[in-house]
Design a protein around this ligand. Structure first.
Ligand SMILES: [Zn+2]
Ligand SMILES: [Zn+2]
Ligand SMILES: [Zn+2]
Length: 275
């Protein structure tokens, strides 16, 4: 893991309205390396080519800790980053690579001795209730321990403590999913197009995190070139690409990107302004 990332209290002690985001996973749904693949990226010795499934951990200026998605790698992600607290979980959508670690929330219930609020758009909330029926079924024997969560449908901006988090609608193929705006940062994973109503919500964004799966076209994800076009239109000071597949070697790909745009990598922590 990258040494620049002591995780946990990253950035929380900074003065003023500064927040931080830690990349827990920057890989596509298979993760990198992929099972049974011996390509150059899957065999790379560069730790930045090791990509867990997509998730980030956001620390708000008031030290509220948000987990965005519960990836199938959540247990190892939390251990590696020494995450010991999750005040709320925000879901982007219900695909397996973004939700299948939900059961790991049990550990945070135990550490914090409290239920944990989860937020998702109504369609994703319904999907979570189906996928994780055992969590929501009152009849489930609680012997092994069940995640203690309160799932709230998200229909607009969300107030968390003193801060407002703004859901940003995205097209992920033909499916509507959510990105999120936190202060001057936007986290837009899993998208292939920005609907018109998303653009005004992204005005003034200084740090943009965007899906860039690979160079070859894909029906539900931006290519690197498509992601660069969004960066150009939005003009953030800094952009990071995520949801990266094994087609993209970190060093080589990053070297070819314009100034201020890079591939993100697991363990990277970025600070951003809230005001
Ligand atoms: Zn995904
Ligand atoms: Zn590979
Ligand atoms: Zn997806």
């Amino acid at each position: 893991m990258e040494s620049a990332t002591p995780a946990g209290p990253t950035g929380a002690s900074s003065p003023g309205a500064t927040a931080s985001l830690l990349f827990l996973g920057t890989g596509t749904s298979h993760g990198v390396p992929m099972i049974g693949c011996s390509c150059a990226v899957c065999c790379s010795a560069d730790p930045r080519d090791d990509r867990f499934r997509p998730s980030v951990y956001v620390t708000l200026p008031d030290d509220t800790r948000l987990l965005i998605d519960t990836s199938p790698d959540l247990r190892l992600q939390a251990i590696r980053a020494r995450i010991a607290r999750v005040d709320a979980v925000l879901f982007t959508h219900g695909h397996a690579d973004h939700v299948l670690g939900l059961d790991e929330i049990r550990r945070f219930n135990h550490l914090q001795r409290e239920r944990i609020p989860c937020y998702a758009d109504p369609a994703t909330a319904a999907e979570l209730r189906r996928t994780f029926a055992y969590i929501f079924d009152q009849q489930t024997p609680s012997g092994g321990g069940l995640p203690q969560i309160d799932l709230f449908p998200l229909v607009g901006p969300l107030c968390l403590g003193r801060h407002e988090v703004v859901p940003v609608p995205l097209w992920h193929g033909r499916r509507r999913v959510l990105g999120y705006r936190f202060g001057r940062l936007a986290y837009l994973t899993d998208c292939s197009e920005l609907p018109e109503e998303a653009w005004p919500l992204l005005e003034g964004v200084e740090v943009l995190i965007l899906d860039a799966l690979r160079h070859r076209p894909h029906p539900t994800h931006f290519t690197v070139a498509q992601a660069l076009a969004v960066v150009q239109r939005l003009g953030p000071a800094r952009a990071w690409f995520t949801h990266i597949c094994h087609d993209l070697p970190h060093a080589e790909t990053t070297a070819a990107l314009p100034a201020g745009v890079d591939l993100a990598y697991d363990g990277l922590s970025v600070e951003f302004r809230w005001d």
